[in-house]
Design a protein around this ligand. Structure first.
Ligand code: C5P
Length: 238
């Protein structure tokens, strides 16, 4: 693919224009970063594992009626997706307390809240993607009230679909980040890849972390974590 076609030159994904004008090609790389790109590395195979994990999850969500921007997997590292207007909003679902919420509220990692928590962040890297509430999202003009309601409903549904899928392969879906976009017809779709880069996966039996925290915390065997999630999901034929 000609790099002049590049639309978004990210670290773990690059987005290219597709032959069809309403679609884009998302290409997964082996690059990994953390702490606002201060820490960088290459994990051989990560692009393949993440593309496959994301594709399997997108297919499972679509099968259950969740609209997503995913069209189809093209090859080992690339997928075809609809071109959408992505809201500048990150939606984080937390089934178990970990990471920044643990620090912010002083709660032990592993605490299970009475109900899943949904956090909203303003996607603005110069501000450090700050945590916001629903009023801020509307006041900032990120989206309309009805769109926010739809996103909350879809987020709950996505979590309800994914938690049992991961449980069936011995993994607790601790938390994950997703983004949404608006299709040309105005409908809302999930427009993100759910992978160990953007979700926390803990092995149910051993508590072992199977996600990017291994890289953040220098725990080693980062590739093994991504590969394990991929191999276990593959057994489900999603
Ligand atoms: O950092 P924090 O603990 O709030 O992250 C919660 C979840 O959202 C984690 O799985 C993390 O990988 C993901 N996340 C992300 N992109 C961000 C912020 C968080 O993928 N910008």
């Amino acid at each position: 693919m000609d790099t002049s076609d590049i639309i978004h030159d990210g670290v773990s994904i690059k987005i290219y224009s597709a032959d069809e004008p309403d679609k884009v090609v998302i290409s997964f790389t082996d690059d990994i970063t953390a702490f606002y790109k201060i820490k960088k590395a290459v994990i051989n195979g990560k692009g393949v594992w993440c593309n496959n994990i994301s594709s399997m999850i997108s297919r499972a969500l679509q099968k259950e009626g969740v609209p997503t921007y995913f069209v189809r997997q093209l090859n080992d590292t690339q997928q075809l997706c609809y071109k959408v207007n992505v809201f500048q909003l990150e939606v984080i679902v937390r089934n178990v307390i970990a990471g920044s919420l643990s620090q912010r509220l002083g709660l032990a990692e592993g605490t299970v809240p009475a109900e899943p928590i949904i956090d909203l962040c303003y996607k603005n890297s110069s501000l450090g993607d700050p945590l916001i509430n629903e009023y801020h999202a509307i006041a900032l003009g990120l989206l309309r009230k009805e769109e926010l309601e739809r996103i909350k409903d879809l987020t709950v549904k996505i979590n309800e679909i994914l938690v049992p899928i991961f449980k069936s392969i011995g993994i607790t879906l601790v938390d994950f980040k997703i983004e949404f976009g608006r299709m040309p017809d105005g409908s809302i779709v999930m427009a993100d890849d759910i992978t160990p880069d953007s979700a926390r996966f803990w092995d149910i039996e051993t508590g072992e972390r199977l996600d990017k925290d291994r890289f953040r915390n220098d725990s080693g065997r980062v590739g093994y974590a991504y590969q394990t999630v991929y191999e276990r999901l593959k057994t489900l034929n999603l």
